[in-house]
Design a protein around this ligand. Structure first.
Ligand code: GDP
Ligand code: IMO
Ligand code: MG
Length: 443
């Protein structure tokens, strides 16, 4: 790590600009390999994330351990804004150990991060069951994210630091009783029942994971990160989910339960806003989405959607659910850039283009009215304005040299730059395959 003499370090941020799964894990690993950063931090979300890193024969999908896990010199931080699924955390640590990466000495967890309890995933499922009765499901990842953040906001949740305190058992027991009241209500009123055996198993796994958690480095992470910055070291903040899934600015309620905007780095990590330098945005050359709510850019022709799904292996890294596929949605991306202040972007999956012609969404309509602003609810959007441009089939797989890029893809990249020219966006690199080495530099 290059140290700035007498100079404070900075925090750079990576966020997804669409509906998640843009390939953030790959770009984060790519940025970290530059040696500029001494640490990488998760600041929001939980094990709902699924970030894939592929290096040669090695593929790792991280849900809760930051994507720097395969960079041996990088410290890994889990910030106070994260809801921590301990069972996933311990599982990932063990998986990484088997792959030859012992992350324990460089993993630091904020004592103020929130603990996902063993009953949160059941509550998540119960809430979805109820939503489905009265309207439509959000289509959550069932990782207990909503209930864990609800408990945190209602000031009854458990913090990671609690596991080290003498009253942890009592606090946990009170919270679990409270949760069981809800689960019993769902059972008695709506017939939603979780078999007792499943609850017992979940509890036993959770208790074991808590025992392991106690041996990890639980600390005042805000203090540690500020110390690193004072030493002149730089940190990369790793966004999970994406701007269109932000609790405040996404298509509520079809969103996740945290703020995914870069603004949340300060709150979810405990650093002042003056430390933030660059914000990098990640998009893929088309759009995917998992879960409920309208998806205006969705490819109408099911056969074409299937071509993209198959070619791009568009199945959730966390739940395995098929991802819906849509055209690149520049109207949504503009909105996301405005909210996130992104000035540099990565474009992934430029090797996936299964048709002769591709479309790009440039605007939304509510019946005959062209929308100037992003709508409150995406179900207001009745149709979209599209432009059609030539596609490139599978011509660009694995291309690493800008000079070898097919002319159609060159036109596509110029088209995107031109459409976003007023936003001064720099396209840093373009992904042409899942491996971290599959990309070419652009601007
Ligand atoms: P994240 O959640 O944003 O980190 O993205 P995911 O890991 O959930 O999904 C991205 C998927 O696309 C993973 O399977 C990656 O290995 C893969 N991927 C990333 N970049 C590229 C690319 O440029 N081309 C192809 N074909 N696959 C990619
Ligand atoms: P990464 O970090 C794509 C979606 C779910 C659901 C909604 C709410 O891999 O990009 P939640 O479980 O968070 O309460 O679900 O958000 N969702 C994601 N979609 N990628 C993700 O993460 C996601 N995390 C949550 O599908 O629609
Ligand atoms: Mg993902």
């Amino acid at each position: 790590m290059k140290k700035n003499k007498n100079k404070k370090g900075f925090v750079d941020v990576v966020v997804g600009l669409q509906w998640g799964d843009e390939g953030k894990g790959k770009n984060i690993d790519e940025l970290l390999s530059s040696g500029i950063y001494s640490g990488v931090a998760r600041f929001q979300g939980g094990a709902n994330a699924g970030h894939t890193i592929q290096k040669g024969n090695l593929t790792f999908i991280g849900h809760i351990v930051p994507s720097g896990c395969l960079q041996k010199n990088v410290e890994l931080y889990i910030g106070n804004g994260v809801v921590v699924d301990v069972v996933s955390l311990i599982k990932e640590i063990n998986e990484l150990k088997k792959l030859g990466f012992n992350v324990i000495p460089r993993l630091y967890i904020s004592n103020r991060a929130k603990l996902v309890s063993y009953l949160h995933p059941f509550l998540d499922k119960a809430e979805e069951f109820y939503r489905n009765r009265v309207s439509t499901k959000v289509g959550t990842t069932s990782r207990g994210i909503g209930p864990a953040y609800s408990d945190a906001k209602a000031r009854r949740g458990l913090q990671i630091g609690d596991v080290l305190l003498s009253d942890f058992k009592e606090k946990e027991s009170n919270l679990s009783k409270f949760h069981m009241n809800f689960l019993n209500m769902y059972k008695e009123k709506y017939g939603f029942e979780i078999p007792e055996k499943e609850i017992k198993e979940a509890r036993s796994k959770w208790i074991n994971a808590i025992k392991q958690l106690k041996k990890l480095q639980i600390c005042d992470l805000s203090f540690l990160v500020q110390k690193r910055l004072a030493e002149g070291k730089n940190i990369l903040a790793e966004g999970a989910q994406a701007i269109m899934l932000d609790i405040d600015f996404g298509d509520y309620p079809n969103v996740t339960s945290s703020n995914t905007l870069p603004a949340n780095v300060c709150l979810g990590l405990g650093v002042p806003h003056t430390t933030i330098r660059n914000t990098y945005g990640v998009i893929k050359a088309y759009t995917t989405k998992v879960g409920g709510g309208n998806f205006p850019a969705r490819i109408a022709d099911k056969n074409i959607e299937k071509l993209f799904q198959d070619a791009g292996h568009e199945f959730g890294a966390t739940t395995g659910r098929p991802r819906m596929c849509g055209w690149l949605d520049l109207f949504a991306i503009r909105y996301a850039i405005g909210l996130s202040g992104v000035n540099k972007i990565f474009i992934n999956k430029a090797d996936i283009c299964s048709t002769d012609k591709i479309k790009v969404v440039t605007g939304y309509k509510e019946n005959k009215k062209i929308l100037k602003e992003f709508p409150l609810y995406l179900n207001q959007v009745t149709n979209v304005i599209t432009e059609e441009i030539p596609g490139w089939g599978n011509a660009n797989y694995g291309v690493k040299d800008k000079k070898k890029v097919s002319p159609e893809l060159v036109s596509y990249l110029k088209y995107i730059k031109n459409k976003l020219s007023d936003l001064n966006i720099e396209i840093l690199s373009v992904g042409t395959g899942p491996d971290r080495k599959h990309f070419f530099n652009w601007d």
